[in-house]
Design a protein around this ligand. Structure first.
Ligand code: ZN
Length: 106
């Protein structure tokens, strides 16, 4: 049997380093695909939020509405008044659904 040509050994060494990184590359591709899926969902939500904004109502049946719930999920949710500290000139409200807080001058 003839000895291996040195170039064959070089080729094997080069291929070996690629083969060793195969699993890491597959893992990296999976991570990128997950990020791409997440970005597509975020884009879809951003497009929907623009449409939802056009139909936001400040009040419904006399209750202030949560802008976050409406813009993000098209869900109408009443804001709940939060007791003001003495001397506070702002009205405070919170959303019991998403936890967001709002205030404006009374
Ligand atoms: Zn909310």
């Amino acid at each position: 049997m003839a000895p291996k040509h040195p170039l064959i050994q070089h080729a094997e060494n080069i291929a070996e380093s690629f083969i060793e990184s195969k699993l890491a590359i597959k893992k990296h591709i999976n991570e990128l695909e997950t990020k791409l899926s997440t970005a597509k969902l975020e884009l879809k939500a951003a497009v929907l939020s623009e449409k939802n904004l056009l139909h936001f109502s400040v009040t419904r049946d006399g209750n202030f509405q949560c802008p976050s719930c409406w813009v993000k999920k098209a869900v109408r949710f009443d804001l709940t008044p939060v007791e003001n500290a003495t001397g506070d000139r702002f009205d405070h409200f919170e959303c019991k659904s998403c936890g967001s807080h709002y205030e404006w001058e009374a």
